[in-house]
Structures are given as structure tokens and as C-alpha cells.
Design a protein around this ligand. Structure first.
Ligand SMILES: Cc1cc2nc3c(=O)[nH]c(=O)nc-3n(C[C@H](O)[C@H](O)[C@H](O)COP(=O)(O)O)c2cc1C
Length: 236
């Protein structure tokens, strides 16, 4: 959650994996963030993006972590990937954000609709770090074919916001994509039942954003479920 999920916030969450950010890796992505802030959105603004990201990583040290990144250039992803890898983390490419400032800067969901660009980035970043790609459902796209290509390009984790516009979670989509590889299921995980349904649909992990804003003890409560507290391993 941009502007929310920094290391201090994540440290308080009893989650198996915390995903910092989204952070902006290069000048254009940072300018997009500044414009988004001007119209009232929350974003992390660092004068020196890499230094800011490293400070956050150092603060979360000791936890399993990923860093959600937007960049308008391959170099931006690679710089953060090198950094994240040196601290044992996962680089999550944000192909999910749909705010117009980021789309104009060829970040976020622009990548989902420009798949060749996304695959190029995945291929290069995966040579450096364990790579996740965050995408959003709800579009008229062949998600299975897209995710197959993303995994084939070296991505190890698809973080799937299985949103259905004006509705809850598309568990069928989670089921289809989970057949291909390691999926973190996301969207409308708000209680034990929705989290368990995510895992029973094939996701290896379930992630939550808005529910944590409402209840700071959300994950602690979810760990009461045998299904949601099972250990999970990413095979290397
Ligand atoms: C305040 C806020 C900021 C968000 N920022 C990001 C972001 O920077 N990167 C990202 O991939 N998703 C971002 N998201 C999306 C969430 O991570 C999540 O995919 C979405 O809210 C659906 O999950 P939920 O139903 O658990 O909230 C943000 C969501 C919220 C509410």
C-alpha cells in the first residue's frame, strides 16, 4: 500500500511475508508519484529512491520481505533488484497500479497491457533476484496465457489481485492461475472464510491490504486458522 506499507507499518504485522511499498525506482516513476500526491493520494516520496528503499529494507531486516516496485525503465527495476537480493528479499514488479500518472510513465498496469515489455523486464530482473509480478484481474484478458508467459520468463510468484469490478474476489481466476505456479491470492481477504477459500482455490498464500487498515491485528486473528497458518515454501 503506497504511502502506508513502510517497514515500521509492516513490522507490526504478524504475516509470513511482508511486501513493502509500492516504491518508485526512477525519476519518472517518482515524478508520477509526486503528481498523484498533488491530487491527494498517498505515496512514498524519497529524494534519492535507492537510498530511501535501502533504509526501509534495513529496517525490516530479519523478516521475510518483498519490495513492490514501479519504474519506467528496466534499469530502475534492476537497481532495486540488486539491492533487494543483497538483503535476501523478493523483487515484486508492480504491473498492477492503474493511477493515470503511473500509466503515462509506462509503469504499473501499463505493463500488463504491453506484455512484451513486461516479459523483457521479468527476464532480466529474474537473473538478479527472486521475482514476483503483481497483476490485477477483471479485464478481458487471457490471464492463463499471460501468467504462463510470465512464469516462463523467470518469475517465481504471481501476486494476483483477483478483483471483479464492483464485486468481490474471482476465486475461479485464482484456481486457473494457481495451476501454473506459486500464486499469492489477493482481494477481499477480510476474514477466516475468505482467506481459507483463497488457499483452497490453490493459492499458496493469501494477502490482505484494506482489512489491515481496518484492523491492526488482522493477521494475528487469521493465524488462528489451520489452513492460513500452514508453513509454505518457495522451492528454489
Ligand atoms: C491505500 C492503498 C494503497 C495501495 N498501494 C498499492 C501499491 O503501491 N502497489 C500495489 O501493488 N498495490 C497497491 N494497493 C492494492 C492492494 O495491495 C490490494 O491489491 C488491493 O487493495 C486489493 O486487496 P484487498 O482487498 O486486501 O485490499 C493499494 C491499496 C490501497 C488500499
Amino acid at each position: 500500500m503506497a504511502g502506508v506499507n513502510n517497514a515500521e507499518f509492516c513490522k507490526r504485522q504478524k504475516a509470513g511475508l511482508v511486501i513493502l511499498g509500492g516504491f518508485n525506482a526512477d525519476k519518472e516513476a517518482m515524478n508520477a508519484a509526486r503528481k498523484a500526491v498533488e491530487r491527494g493520494r498517498r505515496e512514498f516520496i524519497f529524494e534519492e529512491p535507492l537510498e530511501g528503499i535501502e533504509r526501509e529494507i534495513k529496517t525490516i531486516k530479519g523478516r521475510k520481505f518483498a519490495v513492490n516496485v514501479r519504474s519506467s525503465t528496466l534499469d530502475g527495476y534492476l537497481e532495486v533488484a540488486n539491492l533487494v537480493e543483497s538483503y535476501g528479499g523478493i523483487l515484486e514488479i508492480n504491473a498492477h497500479c492503474r493511477q493515470p500518472e503511473f500509466i503515462s510513465a509506462h509503469c504499473g498496469e501499463w505493463l500488463l497491457f504491453n506484455l512484451e515489455e513486461l516479459l523483457k523486464i521479468v527476464k532480466e530482473v529474474s537473473k538478479v533476484a527472486i521475482t514476483a509480478v503483481k497483476i490485477r484481474g477483471g479485464h478481458d484478458l487471457d490471464y492463463k496465457a499471460i501468467c504462463e508467459k510470465i512464469f516462463k520468463s523467470g518469475c517465481r510468484i504471481v501476486h494476483l489481485d483477483a478483483m471483479i469490478p464492483n464485486a468481490d474476489c474471482d476465486f475461479e481466476l485464482i484456481k486457473r492461475v494457481s495451476q501454473l505456479g506459486f500464486v499469492i491470492g489477493n482481494n477481499s481477504f477480510v476474514d477466516l472464510a475468505t482467506g481459507e477459500k483463497m488457499i483452497l482455490s490453490g493459492a499458496k498464500m493469501a494477502s490482505a491490504a484494506r482489512a489491515v487498515l481496518k484492523d491492526p491485528c488482522f493477521f494475528e486473528k487469521m493465524l488462528k486458522s489451520d489452513i492460513l497458518s500452514q508453513p509454505v515454501e518457495l522451492e528454489l
